[in-house]
Ligand binder design. Sequence first.
Ligand code: NAG
Ligand code: NAG
Length: 353
Amino acid sequence: MSCAFLFLFDGYLVSNSSSSSVDKCDVFEGSWIREESYPLYNASQCPFAEIGFHCFANGRKDGGNAKWRWKPKNCDIPRFDVRTVLIKLRGKRVIFVGDSLSRTQWESLICLLMTGVEDKKSVYEVNGNKITKQIRFLSVRFSSFDLKIDFYRSVFLVQPATVPIRSPKMVKSTLRVDKLDDISQEWFDSDILIFNSGHWWTQGCYFQVGKSLKLGMPITAGFRTALKTWASWVETMVNTNRTSVFFRTFESSHWSGRNRNSCKVTQHPWSSSWGKDQSTISDIIIKIVRKMKVSVTILHVTPMISFRSNGHVGTRSNNPSVPDCSHWCLPGVPDMWNEILLNLLPMDQVSLK
Ligand SMILES: *[C@@H]1O[C@H](CO)[C@@H](O)[C@H](O)[C@H]1NC(C)=O
Ligand SMILES: *[C@@H]1O[C@H](CO)[C@@H](O)[C@H](O)[C@H]1NC(C)=O
């Protein structure tokens, strides 16, 4: 069944195919199929694909990891036309906020869109910054289209605080779960806002609510409180008439072995998700977003990435002595998140300037 026309409806794509019944298609339910026409760009020709994710340049010569397309069960994700997208994004500001997996999606979107730009030098980082792991802010401008694609590193979304003196050694950080990250004031001036969080929520955090510190607070409770803080920030600070807001769910890694320290990048996607299609973090995100007073679209990538044991960097990073079964190669899995994102944008509402 083909979906010639797709409309956004409560986070789902709705097909208006000629059949009289309305087919509802959950784009996040499906499978990966081999696609020889992929990948859609060459990372060697995109200076924004950071070397750590450029697996081909780091020796993964099969390139097969990038030749997989996500096929939703009841519809197809139409291939976007890069020139049309660039024209429709003219004058816009797109912002990714989150951790390094958000940075990968930011890099992927820039590389995808750069294929439609002849003069590659017309695309540049506004402050001349290089991509590094710790950098808080990166802004890439497509000058011929007056389009900005920005990344803010905010791994918790809420405000980190100083670890109190005389804390137990296990405490690595304190988080003000009732206060959004200070740099959030720079996020609401945007047309498309894409968030993620969850991968840094691990043992060893104090959670601070108001003046009280809570060491015993479970991580899930801390995350839930933080996400509620985020949700009320979106509801009060973001003009959702202008800004389309997205939240990407948790991406399970593919570490294995008894101590979860072995990283074997497979040649093909797993045929089973081995339970990685479920995530408590994702469940919390979905539950909170569904209760929000404004419309936020969930990019529920947890099930689709669970199969992609072949998409990780592994030893094909710029530091092969530290295998990586958390991050993805570029081109690769994050390109599909962007193809879905571009199809979910309310493009018809975007006026042509
Ligand atoms: C990407 O482009 C470079 C030249 O810029 C070329 O050497 C390389 O083979 C290309 N990679 C792929 C996978 O086509
Ligand atoms: C958004 O649009 C709605 C309906 O058109 C309107 O009632 C509301 O005031 C608008 N909000 C803002 C912040 O412009």
